[in-house]
Design a protein around this ligand. Sequence first.
Ligand SMILES: [Zn+2]
Length: 492
Amino acid sequence: MHKPTIGLEIHAELATNSKMFCSCKNAPGEKIPNINVCPICLGHPGTLPVINKTAIRKAVKTGLALNCAIEKNSYFERKNYFYPDLPKGYQISQYKTPLCRNGYLEIPLTNSFFKKIRIERVHMEEDTGRLIHPEGADYSLIDFNRAGIPLMEIVTEPDIESGQEAREFTRHLQLILKYLNVSSANMEKGEMRCEVNISLSNSEKLGTKVEIKNLNSLKVVGKAIEYEIKRQTDLLEKGEKIIQETRGWHDKKEITISQREKEGAHDYRYFPEPDLPPLELSREFLEDIKKEIVELPLEKMERFKKQYCLIEKEADIYIWQKDLGDYFEKVALRLKQWIKEKKGIGKAEQNEPQKIYKLASNYISTDLQGLLQGKFVNDKNFLITPEKFAEFVIMIYASEISSKIAKVLLKEMYDTGGAPAQIIDEKGLIQISSAEELKEIVKQVIDKNFKPAQDYKNGKETALQFLIGQAMAQTKGKANPETVSKLFKELL
Ligand SMILES: [Zn+2]
């Protein structure tokens, strides 16, 4: 049996206004090539870099969220290598003194089982330019807009054992970076990039390490690892050797392909960057950053489950769709106020606000999501304010409207942004609760449905549901189902 040992190196571009060592704009989406450049990020002789404080702040914030120890005294180093996208001939990075180290991230796997993935280090460096190879051309183009964008590298210990675990880790890390507002972390746009180190070992010896690069989506991270485990297992079973090398992912063929034999750290001739002072972080600076750390996704999930009595599946929707979770909380707050003001409800509800929260969550996570179709509730075109949504939920809770009318009403609110009470007035959606009025309809339904009426009399409970359905249809959903049910029982 061969056991996979997997470590990840994840690069994330930090969302700052300017680049890491110069004042050029940090605009990863810029379409016009080579406009966000200056002598510093182009590596002209005689220029001097200056450290971007915001970038350091964001990297430290990430380290703290990942339970790392923060290095108060670190320094930058030069990583020397030549490549056309690297104008200076070296990259300013951190090697011996990463900003953060010895952290961990716990990720949920199946059945509420958490796995701790240790973080070896988080360090700061700068991004390279971008090479463009036009199809069929015998030349390449280069865009230096990206050169010098602050890049944070997060390296895990080899604690991961499958493609699925790697995918979950990357997915959760991505979400944390977004919650912390340190990176947009979009993998498809290259704002977050994942490299995998993988080896297979048996009980006797450790395996040779292979690196896989160019993994540009969560799906590909999982697939590339599964492919590589199979490829290496097959080789080992045939008695062949694994070569230490860097492989790339081929998107169309869905395989990994050998790119080059791997360099060791000594090949880069790291040495302290002479143009930058050592980095000293004061205690105040660190304390200040600690205060900025918001509630993280998994903490939020636990709180949602407890505070609002939501099931895991619903809480999960709200952590991954943060805008929807924020919206739900705003609605819940209004509902809480309403309960407090005791608007026509008894003590039972005051003691059990969870019932009404669950009702709200139900309508947000199903009906509202259905209307949104992937759009966001923080979009300016979304017109239902949390106040209006809470009012809507209260109407359902107080049985002022049936679930059928609720659907019609919500659609109307979504389209027009109108207040629920007003829409009900205008559209004549008021529920008929008067027994007098409904009695006539119930009588008609009994006359028209002789057989089901007999069935119910003979003890068939399902027949009653059918009859109620008929009465609801006749009133276009406006009848109060409870009153209707009562009337049938009285009259039959
Ligand atoms: Zn610049």
